[in-house]
Design a protein. Structure first.
Length: 124
């Protein structure tokens, strides 16, 4: 990845991805109109994961073709990128958000958001 693009991503200067307000990933929020910090961190990690995959198509292809597990060595740089600059994410957060980021990338962000909001609306 080009160093300038890496710096922009780390500073969220290229962030075209946003979640609507809601509890889409963790299920821990008491009120879907006021997501908890755990949910917000999961959302942040997914966004950073999709950004990373945008800049690393070869990794997207490798995941698809080789069926990599979440903790495969090839995914370590992506996981580090997703967790930066925070720390303290749980293994469950990492495992879940890596998978979600890949699926969001594969579907396309708008289609991913459409699907998760449809499911959430059906559950209410």
């Amino acid at each position: 990845m080009n160093e300038q693009k890496k710096i922009r991503i780390m500073n969220n200067e290229t962030n075209n991805y946003k979640y609507p307000v809601g509890d889409f990933l963790s299920g821990f929020s008491d009120d879907s109109n006021n997501p908890c910090d755990y949910e917000l961190e999961c959302q942040r990690m997914v966004i950073r994961g999709v950004q990373y995959l945008d800049d690393n198509q070869e990794l997207v292809d490798k995941i698809a073709n080789e069926k990599l597990g979440v903790y495969d060595e090839a995914l370590k740089p992506m996981i580090e990128h997703m967790c930066y600059p925070e720390d303290g994410q749980t293994g469950a957060m990492v495992g879940h958000t890596v998978k979600v980021a890949y699926h969001a990338k594969k579907l396309g962000w708008d289609e991913y958001i459409k699907k998760i909001t449809e499911v959430t609306n059906e559950q209410q």
